[in-house]
Write a protein that binds this ligand. Structure first.
Ligand SMILES: C[C@@](CO)(OP(=O)(O)O)[C@H](O)COP(=O)(O)OP(=O)(O)OC[C@H]1O[C@@H](n2ccc(N)nc2=O)[C@H](O)[C@@H]1O
Ligand SMILES: Nc1ncnc2c1ncn2[C@@H]1O[C@H](COP(=O)(O)OP(=O)(O)O)[C@@H](O)[C@H]1O
Length: 307
């Protein structure tokens, strides 16, 4: 049995999201604060001659899957003839605003870089990642960040690592359609990088954080509006406002402890007859992917020392 490299593909939250303009190429200029969650998909990589994807959701096995796109891009850029069997265990909601597809792509870039011993730097992989999607670079770099540009200009940040209750509304929000919507707010004044974290702290204390997609998505998708209200009603012990992540549909509220987040989750479950899908996860400023890779490297170094 060939050994498998097993790596996490964590979710992200946008702790605020400001759209500050529209570029000539149609992409939007953003300012957003990314934090990872210790919850996500899992991928397994093992060497074989050709490239093949397996998934617990068979409908995801197609050429448009970002995992296969990332693997092919890496083959093309490096000229490697190596292949891989890639196993994707999908847990994250799709089109949920928590970056599942982008995170899968980033984990594939880092995983195959290891498996195929390509020795590309994280900067090189982040540049490749940007060709796959604006959210891929932050997952490749693996640090919580204040992001600008289209989401790829990253300044490390350390927002509090609190616990989040994330609700998954029963609807799929199309990111492209939301970006193209004529009623989207695109003129939020830009803030300076050096002031961004102070602004975050200040706005967080006064429940003034905002996501420019949120008013539009709440209006177009009643499921999202309902979930925000559920969080507002159940979140007595919440330490901040309920918000939407990315272009939706997921919404979240922060808590000081796992127990408090789980208590709010239980209240919502009993109020709704367990109809709303949700999960509790911790916000982390270093990606679980990078922690796993560092641990693997430490094990390899130890093995090299003892043999
Ligand atoms: C909204 C955000 C916030 O983090 O997240 P999600 O809700 O998708 O998780 C991201 O900007 C989503 O990034 P991502 O999902 O990687 O977008 P891409 O695949 O690069 O782009 C999909 C389409 O969205 C639009 N797009 C994307 C990023 C951006 N800064 N401006 C845009 O206008 C473009 O029309 C593009 O063709
Ligand atoms: N590995 C993947 N996981 C999830 N979605 C993927 C994947 N590869 C491609 N996609 C496509 O990308 C779209 C958005 O994916 P996703 O990253 O889950 O959304 P979001 O960024 O809103 O969280 C999906 O609707 C799907 O069509």
């Amino acid at each position: 049995m060939k050994s498998e490299l097993v790596l996490p593909a964590p979710a992200k939250l946008n702790l605020f999201l400001h759209i500050t303009g529209r570029r000539p190429d149609g992409y939007h200029a953003l300012q957003t604060l990314f934090q990872f969650l210790d919850y996500g998909d899992e991928l397994g990589f093992s060497l074989q001659d050709s490239l093949a994807l397996e998934c617990n959701l068979p409908e995801l096995v197609n050429d448009d899957n970002l995992v296969l796109k990332a693997a092919r891009l890496l083959q093309k850029e490096t000229g490697t003839k190596q292949g891989a069997r890639i196993r994707l265990n999908k847990r994250l909601p799709m089109g949920g605003g928590v970056g599942g597809g982008s995170s899968d792509a980033a984990t594939t870039l880092l995983g195959l870089n290891e498996l195929w011993n390509l020795q590309l730097s994280e900067m090189q992989l982040a540049e490749l990642g940007l060709k796959l999607g604006a959210d891929v670079p932050v997952f490749v770099r693996g640090f919580a960040a204040f992001a600008e540009g289209v989401g790829e200009v990253l300044t490390p940040a350390c927002p509090p690592e609190c616990w989040y209750l994330v609700l998954v509304p029963d609807c799929h929000v199309n990111t492209v359609k939301m970006y193209a919507h004529r009623e989207l707010t695109r003129d939020t004044p830009a803030i300076k990088v050096c002031a961004a974290l102070e602004t975050y702290e200040e706005q967080r204390r006064h429940n003034l954080l905002h996501n420019d997609f949120e008013p539009l998505v709440r209006r177009l998708y009643p499921e999202v509006e309902t979930c925000i209200q559920l969080l507002d009603n159940a979140g007595n012990s919440s330490i901040g406002q309920a918000m939407m992540s990315g272009s939706g549909a997921c919404v979240f509220a922060p808590f000081a402890s796992r127990e408090q987040a789980e208590a709010a989750q239980a209240t919502i479950s009993s109020d709704t007859g367990s109809e709303v899908v949700s999960f509790v996860a911790r916000g982390v400023n270093t990606s679980p992917l990078h922690r796993t890779l560092q641990n693997l490297q430490a094990v390899h170094q130890l093995e090299a020392c003892t043999t």
